[in-house]
Write a protein that binds this ligand. Structure first.
Ligand SMILES: *Cc1c(COP(=O)(O)O)cnc(C)c1O
Length: 452
């Protein structure tokens, strides 16, 4: 038996195309709707905020979309990313399961997010855009776009959820190192921000509010476009380099997954690993695909499947997704990247079609799994990624209980080096498993728009 630990692809095997699951869906996606008219929106409606190349990808049903060479050139700074067999974790769990993880923490920003930040910056630059505005929660997306903007000579302005801005000064410093400007949100710079501050000057902010601010800035200036780090089809598309590489690496290992696992905030790292495998599943491959979310913000497992706004200020189109309501404020948790009220429409769609499973975990059990992982494999998982680690450990323990091997593949979407406060709090016993407020959820769901 081979004892290989890392499966590394040579640079020339970096994928040449992204995989578009929309081409193979048994039922097409519901279209986004204009919030004013309730009619499906067209490319022109999105043109003020996104470059045309990105809009066309958003609605494309082509199976393969070429990765531009300048994007592949940047990808080569850290891609192909490693596939690792977690042999020491397997031993520690005393499981007959084989556990593999795809490690996206090797990117400059420390997570999968540069996989889409780089092409988005490239397409904007190509179409003559000068500035990008965006939002960031925990700071991973802001730093990824700041990095991509610096490579393509774009100014980047990041609205950072205020509580994170205050709690995560190193993320802010990283964005500034890449040359971006970071503004705490809600801010007095936009009407959406001012409206929130008027009602609550002490507001901690939320992803939904920060999105409103960033969209407002892009819509109001000709030289500025908006970039989103998750949720949308083109973002899920760009992330499929993860799964395309993983398929080749699992072949190198002479193995194939029985279960594919990733955490879900807006759904993009999940889509990235899972969609290429869903293509194989739709062709008949026997495998399960599991999305893992926090119990404190459980859009896929507890949300309503309905048309809703992507932001709190209601500036975005309506998209059909699993949602907790656009005004839902999840309780604070350290997995900031998973605190979004909705789920990618295409991930919600495959859940409705029964192609994937979803489950939710509390944060302390995820940190416990992450610590076990770190003590055996060395890598400290991002708090978000710890949800995938926990699900992989549980699958391995089921295999042990059944006394049957199974092959588990999960996405380690990022490392936790900027989130060590979370681990400090965990070891100090300060982390609690906050439940969301049922009344608050009911109120937020009651406010769902009545269209579609
Ligand atoms: C942002 C982030 C996530 C959540 O976003 P998705 O779009 O659901 O992937 C997960 N893991 C890490 C490390 C992140 O930075």
């Amino acid at each position: 038996m081979s004892d290989i630990t890392k499966y590394l692809l040579p640079e020339e095997m970096l994928p040449k195309a992204w995989y578009n699951l929309a081409a193979d869906l048994p039922v097409p996606l519901a279209p986004p709707l204009h919030p004013g008219t309730g009619q499906p929106i067209g490319p022109d409606d999105l043109a003020p905020i996104f470059p045309m190349a990105v809009i066309l990808q958003e609605v494309s049903t082509e199976r393969w979309i070429d990765i531009p060479e300048p994007v592949r050139e940047v990808y080569r700074l850290w891609r192909p990313s490693p596939l690792v067999r977690a042999r020491r974790l397997e031993k520690a769990l005393d499981t007959p399961a084989r556990i593999y993880f795809k490690y996206e923490g090797v990117s400059p920003a420390g997570s999968h997010k540069p996989n889409t930040a780089v092409p988005q910056a490239f397409y904007n630059k190509h179409e003559g855009v000068k500035r990008l505005s965006t939002e960031t929660g925990a700071g991973q997306w802001g730093s990824s776009l700041a990095f991509a903007g610096s490579l393509f000579g774009l100014e980047v302005e990041v609205f950072m959820v205020k509580i994170s801005y205050e709690q995560k000064p190193y993320r802010r410093a990283l964005m500034e190192t890449y040359g971006a400007k970071c503004i705490p949100s809600p801010s007095p710079l936009t009407a959406s921000g001012r409206a929130i501050l008027e009602r609550d000057p002490e507001s901690n902010g939320s992803l939904g509010i920060a999105i409103s601010e960033a969209v407002e800035i892009a819509a109001g200036r000709d030289d500025t476009k908006y970039a989103l780090g998750s949720v949308l089809n083109h973002v899920c598309l760009h992330q499929t380099v993860i799964g395309e590489e993983a398929i080749r690496q699992m072949e190198m290992a002479g193995d194939s997954p029985d279960v594919v696992i990733a955490c879900t905030g807006g759904g993009s790292n999940f889509a990235g690993l899972a969609f290429p495998y869903l293509r194989e599943k739709l062709k008949g491959a026997a495998l399960r695909v599991v999305a893992v979310e926090p119990a404190s913000c459980p859009s896929l497992t507890r949300g309503t499947y309905a048309y809703d706004f992507g932001d709190t200020g209601h500036l975005t189109p309506l998209v059909r997704m699993h949602t907790l309501g656009s005004t839902f404020m999840p309780p604070g948790s350290h997995a900031g990247g998973l605190r979004y009220h909705g789920m990618a429409p295409i991930v919600s769609h495959v859940k409705e079609l029964g192609l994937i499973e979803a489950r939710a975990y509390h944060q302390t059990e995820c940190f416990a799994a992450a610590v076990t992982f770190a003590r055996n494999e060395g890598i400290v998982p991002a708090p978000e990624s710890s949800h995938a680690v926990k699900a992989a450990v549980d699958e391995a323990l089921v295999a042990k209980a059944e006394g049957k091997p199974r092959t588990i593949l999960f996405n380690l979407s990022g490392h936790g080096h900027f989130d060590m406060q979370a681990y400090t709090d965990y070891f100090a016993g300060k982390l609690t498993d906050l439940a969301y407020d049922e009344g608050e959820l009911a109120r937020a769901l009651h406010g769902l728009p009545t269209v579609g």
